[in-house]
Design a protein around this ligand. Sequence first.
Ligand code: F0G
Length: 460
Amino acid sequence: MKKLTKRSWAEPYKMKMVELLKMTTRPQRVKAIKEAGFNTFLLKSDDVYIDLLTDSGTSAMSDRQWAGMMMGDESYAGSRNFYHLESAIQKYYGYKYIIPAHQGRGAENILSKILIKKGDVIPGNMYFTTTRLHQELAGGKFVDIIIDEAHDPNNEFPFKGNVDLEKLDKIVKKYGAKKIPYISIATNVNMAGGQPISMKNLKDLRAYTKKLGIRIIHDMTRVAENAYFIQQREKGYQTKTIKEIVFEICSYTDGATMSAKKDALVNIGGFMATNEWDVYEEARNLVVVYEGLHTYGGLAGRDMEAMAIGIEESVNDHHQRARVGQVEYLGHKMEEYGIPIVKPIGGHGIFVDAKAFLPHLTQDEFPAQALAAELFIDSGVRTMERGIVSAGRKANGENYYPKLELVRFTIPRRVYTQAHMDVIAESTAAVYARRDKIKGLKMIYEPKYLRFFQARFGQL
Ligand code: F0G
């Protein structure tokens, strides 16, 4: 008889509706990936069995959110759903003024245009693709000030999203505080593998920036996942709720951009928030140019209602435990098969270390891209490259060579089951067993911006 050694968690919801998936054969998948130029972004989703391309806009909404969709007030101006959204953001995040946007990058565009002048420097805890691009398009230069541990997939430091204050101090001394409009701080840093920043680090950063009058702008796309890790790992936070921790995180920052398509459990939506009236006023001017009126920002009333409800559901302790618990379940399975993954296991997905998985390929042969294609061929599981292709080129045309060359297995929220997680881990193990035979790729088409979305490749 097996002895009871632990009690498992399970999802705090049950299923009410299912979406049927198309099952494919290996020859069909080989054809599909060739037609997609070995880029998983260019696959048709009908050909995908388990879709781990992203956790963005792919979550399952709750019945309450769907009910909210029916309550959409589609007035051009002053929709009641906007006011619900505004109150939810004020209540759970504590920011004063908000501007809705169609998604995160819409908010980044407006904020970057307002705060950044040509020649400015924006230090941040690792770049994100769209965020950095908007900072650059506004005339700024992004400088990475994340701790070194974040660049090492094997380092088990619990807060790999932390800022290295010495690195920041050097930047401040080199350029002067006047050239730094804000520090760009992401919670649960995506490109580092979904790794959290600690409350202590954020508090220290606040104390440092306060003296110099530099803002902290918070990319709060995955703030509740970060809060969960603080609750689990940081001294003094075990008895605090996710709700309290999220609110405290936001309190150390001056404004935010959010892609609500992640934590906030909606299929589309985002916003910009600020505590400064002047910045808000300017944002109200710009939002009408790029997104729509300041009370809808490119969204339907029903989308704003779903977002208001999603924000509330996202700060629920049981929800976050199940969300991150599922990601950890997959990560542990992969570790059992000896698959090299970024550690500690992050909040929104498993990041497989493609350099360690395919040591016979050089970074110029796009190991992460090749591995993502191979996984799709094996089982119809769609993952994403987060390495040299995603990193793109510098202003002088040279490639960035990021230390991390990863394949991201991003888990949508409330969508897949534990059995799906087993299938994913087993498929990765099968590919790992024949890793020596995997060939590299060459890029045959390269778009100018954010090349990972549309680049095409051929096999070497
Ligand atoms: N910031 C972070 C940390 C993100 O992960 C994303 C999007 C954005 C900003 C931009 O938001 O897509 O709504 O315009 N990340 C997606 C991903 C695309 O797959 O990681 P958006």
